[in-house]
Design a protein around this ligand. Structure first.
Ligand SMILES: N[C@@H](Cc1c[nH]c[nH+]1)C(=O)O
Length: 422
């Protein structure tokens, strides 16, 4: 039997000191790029009224949400993604704002997925939302921001697939699919389950040509030429407009000089149903699932009372970390610079020195000298500490540099003068 006291439930995990330090480093780096593009941080609650995320909003399937009640019987949900919360926030606090709103965030999200072999059910997203503009320039800005964010994280090889929710929606409308059929089809296409797609299409009454376009969706991926290929398959106005838009966005991405990271996939759909225009998904080596998801959602905010277009994305930090580790990309870790040990007689000097070092920005651990110097060296090495300062008596300090293993003895007065690092 699983010992519930010592284990975490399936789908959630602890992050040890090393991992947490890397995770924070990644979040900070990515956050700094968000800031450089003019986005500002906000925080929304981890759980909200279930209505914020319910099916009408177009978020995940109800069964994937963790739901519970408050003491008044209201249904609450742990956020499965942060975009609806931002839509609620901006619609409330920027109701009459006419200028675009640029916000960014880092937070944990929760999805109770069905077959999540090894996939986390609590995962951290770092994302941005650009609210109030519907233009190809805004689309390209967001994609360029994704590429710069992944680059600053240390990734060199990654790819952003671009698709168009409008392309699929145009075809689905032409086929006369009702909302349920459209959703079913979108989920099958998303899962790349083309046997199920074929089976569903034979049930629906549509022209063979149109059926063929749906069946061809998985082949419509690759470089920019795919857009031309897709154009030849349909004359549906919505689908054609979507392709025109993709082409224009691509031109702007060339101005940013990031086109090499981009490819096209018209079979790209998303389990989230709020997307209305361009959608994107980022991949890299070392993880089978996407590290970035996002797209344009021009009708979501209207549901919260502010009828404005929007676009955004979220990087899944946990998947990015996995990829970075598997690609052996190094990230600096947070480390303790010095361990200061003292005895009853030398306590005061040791405290003065440690406070002085801390005021200079150094990370200092302090403790009573209870073990031998050798034991402290072993402890320091094990925990990546830079050096040891051992206050054995009132006159002298033993300094050990744990990188070089140089050992020196320095007079306390001299040390106070130098304020030096061990
Ligand atoms: N919230 C989306 C990503 C996104 C942010 N903005 C638009 N889309 C997700 O969880 O996949």
């Amino acid at each position: 039997m699983i010992d519930c006291l010592l284990h975490t439930p399936e789908g959630v995990r602890d992050f040890n000191i090393k991992e947490t330090s890397k995770k924070i480093e990644l979040q900070n780096r990515i956050g700094s790029v968000f800031h450089r593009y003019g986005f500002r941080d906000i925080q929304t609650p981890t759980f909200e009224y279930y209505d914020v995320f319910n099916h009408e909003r177009g978020t995940v399937d109800i069964r994937e949400m963790y739901k519970f009640f408050d003491r008044d019987g209201n249904i609450l949900a742990l956020r499965p993604d942060i975009t609806p919360s931002i839509a609620r926030y901006v619609s409330t606090y920027y109701k009459n704002e006419e200028n675009p709103v640029r916000v960014c965030y880092v937070g944990n999200t929760f999805r109770n997925g069905k077959s999540y072999q090894g996939k986390l059910r609590e995962f951290t997203q770092a994302g941005v939302e650009l609210i109030g503009i519907n233009s190809e320039d805004a689309d390209a800005e967001i994609i360029a921001l994704i590429i710069n964010s992944l680059s600053i994280a240390g990734l060199e090889k990654f790819q952003i697939d671009l698709g168009q929710a409008g392309f699929f929606k145009g075809l689905a409308e032409e086929a006369g699919l009702d909302a349920n059929e459209e959703e079913e089809l979108r989920n099958f296409v998303d899962e790349k389950n083309f046997i199920a797609v074929e089976e569903l299409l034979t049930r629906c009454n549509m022209s063979d040509d149109l059926k063929q376009v749906f069946l061809d969706l998985p082949k419509l991926f690759g470089s920019v030429e795919v857009i031309e290929k897709a154009r030849k398959l349909t004359n549906n106005a919505k689908a054609i407009n979507s392709l025109d838009r993709l082409e224009k966005v691509y031109e702007i991405l060339c101005d940013y000089g990031v086109e090499n990271y981009v490819s096209f996939d018209l079979g790209l759909v998303n389990c989230l149903n709020y997307y209305t225009g361009i959608i994107f998904r980022g991949y890299t080596y070392g993880t089978g699932v996407s590290i970035v998801d996002g797209g344009r959602y021009d009708t979501l905010l209207k549901q919260f009372g502010k009828d404005v277009p929007a676009i955004g994305f979220a990087i899944v930090i946990d998947e990015l970390m996995l990829a970075i580790e598997r690609q052996q990309i190094s990230l600096p870790e947070f480390n303790i610079d010095t361990l200061i040990v003292y005895n009853q007689q030398t306590r005061k000097q040791a405290i003065i020195i440690s406070e002085e070092f801390r005021s200079k920005g150094m990370n200092v651990q302090i403790g009573l000298l209870e073990k031998s110097l050798e034991d402290n060296i072993e402890y320091g090495k094990k925990h990546g500490i830079g050096g040891i300062m051992s206050f054995n008596n009132n006159e002298e300090v033993v300094l050990v540099n744990l990188q070089t293993m140089d050992k020196t003895v320095v007079a306390i007065n001299e040390l106070l003068d130098r304020g030096e690092k061990a």
